[in-house]
Design a binder for this molecule. Sequence first.
Ligand SMILES: Cc1cc2nc3c(=O)[nH]c(=O)nc-3n(C[C@H](O)[C@H](O)[C@H](O)COP(=O)(O)OP(=O)(O)OC[C@H]3O[C@@H](n4cnc5c(N)ncnc54)[C@H](O)[C@@H]3O)c2cc1C
Ligand SMILES: *[C@@H]1O[C@H](CO)[C@@H](O)[C@H](O)[C@H]1NC(C)=O
Length: 530
Amino acid sequence: MKVKKIAVIGAGVSGLGAIKSCLEEGLEPTCFEKRNDIGGLWNYEDTPESGRPGMYKSLTSNTSKEMTAFSDYPIPDHYPNYMHNSKLMEYLRMYTRHFGLLKHIQFQTNVCSVRKRPDFSTSGQWDVVVETDRVQKTYIFDGVMVCSGHYTEKYLPLQDFAGIEKFQGRYLHSWEYKHSESFVGKRVVVIGIGNSGADVAGEISRVAEQVFLSTRRGAWIWNRVWDHGNPMDATLFTRYNRAVQKLYPTFLLNRHIENKLNARFNHANYGLLPEHRILDHQTVLNDDLPNHIITGRVQIKPNVKEFTQASAIFEDGTEESIDVVVFATGYTLSFPFLGDDSTILDSQHSLFKLVFPPRLEKPTLAFIGIIQPAGAIIPTSELQSRWVVRVFTGLKSLPSQSEMMAEIKRRKRSKAKDSVKSPKDTRRVQYIDYMDEIASELGVKPNLLSLLLSDAKLAKEIFWGPCTSYQYRLQGPGKWPGARAAILTQRERILKPLRTRGLKHLGASFSHLFWVKSICVVFFLLVSVL
Ligand SMILES: Cc1cc2nc3c(=O)[nH]c(=O)nc-3n(C[C@H](O)[C@H](O)[C@H](O)COP(=O)(O)OP(=O)(O)OC[C@H]3O[C@@H](n4cnc5c(N)ncnc54)[C@H](O)[C@@H]3O)c2cc1C
Ligand SMILES: *[C@@H]1O[C@H](CO)[C@@H](O)[C@H](O)[C@H]1NC(C)=O
């Protein structure tokens, strides 16, 4: 049989996982990347061109390394748990080298259009037009993996801000924000409290005269450093926690988490308390925000009602003079190369399991990594890719169109019930549930019960430990012999970069405790026997 040719659009983390998955299943990938390097969002550029992801210089991952790693390539044990973008780039380069991905990537090549071939209903093939140095070329592909990211098309709702045209100061989107240099001594308002808004406001506040962080909705704030100093996601995203959560009614669960976050700082006193419950909407991860608020460098404000020449008037009637406005208002999904074929993407972005367009005659196009997991993207998009290539090769099939549409409706309905209305929310997924869902399609979901009988030690770590992606490499297609060891050593990799000052008494206190415990056990045994 002829080897199938697959186009991968974009060489960010999703594209890299897609290329690797194609190679794993014997497909022939060609990745087109408009920049001259890999990494997408994580590859920092001082002056990005429009249509590319843009990030600030200090961007540090908000997911910890064990949760962020590709499933068959753990992040080196000495790397910090939360990585600066340059460190994450190092890891991506190692991954790319290790699996020989570079030779499958064509850099400085923009994908201009992706169209069905005339015989699509039988061949499932695509015409892909790409452009390098203003020269266009058309290729025929058997499958397309769209990995172009969703942080490139700025959402800048100027129409919602009366008077912005009169405003004499500077305004910019957070996409353009790089570092705080040009904000020294300025009075700045940051609009919107997503992860970027909170980061940018905090960073600017160190040098600005005053920063105002304006939010319509408020937000729940998590922190990276969790109880006992462990990484937040690695502590909370466990199968045990997920099982307990499923037993709880939602309102109790909401209350429980909100109480925990309020114990760090009271969200009402800090002007951040939202009307929505914590599980209903995207949350924010930021370690420093409460510090900036308590030191007065950042003031939380309601929505801006209007701008004047030199000030912002907020909805509570207060007015502040302002030099710069930063719109941290997010991004919109955009796939300019797809044209307006509604069998690929309708206005609702209906996708089967957030991956496959349900109305295509042949399942030969997939979207990778356009979800909003409350967890890391790398393992999620990687697992999607592993499933997609099995569908491309014909080893897995999709249900009928009507069944897929029914599933999409079900997902939307359950979201509409408990979400604040926001387009992003329909793509928000519960990390472990979603990973298990895709893993079941692929046949790689770990079977805890049978593991408990055959390998209790491993089963225990899978149940109690961080739900890392290595566990989706224990069996089935793409099985990796190193998976078991990776799981059993994950906690060591978390601690290694922290324990950089050797403490002798640490080991000693363990053995000390061991003896105390043993003596107690012997004592109680003796007492009960006598
Ligand atoms: C502030 C911020 C912090 C984040 N922190 C985390 C985190 O800590 N952990 C985490 O897991 N996720 C995080 N994310 C989510 C982030 O989206 C993912 O980590 C990841 O960058 C997504 O990768 P991607 O490959 O899907 O998209 P991107 O990184 O956007 O890469 C897409 C690539 O496609 C290329 N491309 C696009 N269109 C074309 C075209 N037509 N032709 C050719 N090439 C094209 C682009 O040049 C780019 O290189 C964060 C996002 C933001 C905005
Ligand atoms: C990390 O930041 C991105 C971008 O704002 C966000 O989509 C994602 O949900 C965040 N993840 C966590 C765990 O907070």
